[in-house]
Design a protein around this ligand. Structure first.
Ligand SMILES: Nc1ncnc2c1ncn2[C@@H]1O[C@H](COP(=O)(O)OP(=O)(O)O)[C@@H](O)[C@H]1O
Ligand SMILES: [Mg+2]
Length: 266
């Protein structure tokens, strides 16, 4: 039984055609029949060009959007059949990391407040001293000096801010991390540091990760398996190495040809 199983998910949006009072709609088939399985401890890379439906799929898995059709099964539990309160509880088990940590972090909250708040979602019983200890542990875990816990997001570099966002995602002790373009806003020189950190965290903490990027060179660097998405559908899935060496689908071949050889894999 896979850790996370996505069964024939369709997420369609209705979009008004024409003017304000128009009654006709176009259907945007953002996700159109996706089935994927992720094993425990695995990093599945989801790659595809901008607009192909990656973020919509991740939001559907998180139950932030109700799918038009299909099921999301996490550890044998059908998330699509839960009520709002059950989803809220279960959501602590899966956390997201986004492209732009500056937008996802509250600019008025110090690292301390941000992490304290994230820790309390699961561990409301911790006292001040225990919280401080946990914040220090989290900061060190993501490679930040805990001396900086009273600082605000704008006082950090882009890479450090993403480390704060990663620490916040780890705070509720999730089982699954969905990282949606987590290095796309970072300098190339910083990207591999953050990718290595994510890889280490998955290994050390026994996490499972869905790693999303439009950039195949980034995905190949971190993923065990890769799923290629094209216009709302998965066109190819395979072990990262074999998919890179022997792509089957024409679109995967095109993606491969456009990959700049920037990140080395060692
Ligand atoms: N809330 C929404 N309403 C209507 N269309 C949407 C909505 N969210 C996304 N879309 C459309 O769905 C498609 C997939 O978008 P998205 O999932 O953001 O792709 P990606 O993350 O791969 O860039 C796009 O055509 C986008 O415009
Ligand atoms: Mg996206």
């Amino acid at each position: 039984m896979p850790f996370l199983e996505i069964k024939n998910i369709k997420t369609h949006f209705k979009k008004k055609r024409g003017g304000l009072f128009s009654r006709t709609f176009d259907t945007v088939k953002a996700v159109d029949g996706v089935s994927i399985a992720i094993e425990k401890g695995e990093i599945l890379g989801l790659v595809g060009e901008s607009g192909c439906g990656k973020s919509t799929l991740s939001r559907t898995i998180m139950q932030l959007i109700t799918p038009t059709q299909g099921e999301v099964i996490l550890e044998n539990e059908n998330l699509t059949s839960l009520n709002a309160e059950q989803v809220r509880q279960r959501r602590l088990d899966f956390q997201m990391i986004f492209q732009d940590p500056y937008a996802s972090l509250n600019p008025r909250m110090t690292v301390w407040s941000t992490l304290k708040e994230a820790l309390t979602t699961r561990h409301g019983e911790l006292n001040h001293e225990e919280l401080e200890k946990a914040v220090i542990t989290l900061m060190e875990r993501v490679g930040l000096d805990h001396k900086f816990m009273r600082k605000y997001p704008h006082e950090f570099s882009g890479g450090q801010r993403q480390r704060i966002a990663i620490a916040r995602a780890l705070a509720p002790e999730p089982k699954l991390i969905i990282a949606d373009e987590p290095v796309s806003a970072l300098d190339v020189s910083i990207q591999s540091q953050i990718l290595n950190l994510l890889k280490d965290l998955v290994n050390d903490l026994g996490l499972t990760m869905l790693f999303i990027s439009h950039d195949l060179s980034v995905v190949r660097y971190i993923a065990d398996r890769i799923a290629v998405m094209y216009y709302g559908k998965i066109v190819e899935t395979g072990e990262a190495e074999s998919l890179m060496e022997n792509p089957q689908h024409q679109y995967t071949k095109e993606l491969l040809e456009s990959v700049p050889k920037v990140l080395s894999t060692d």
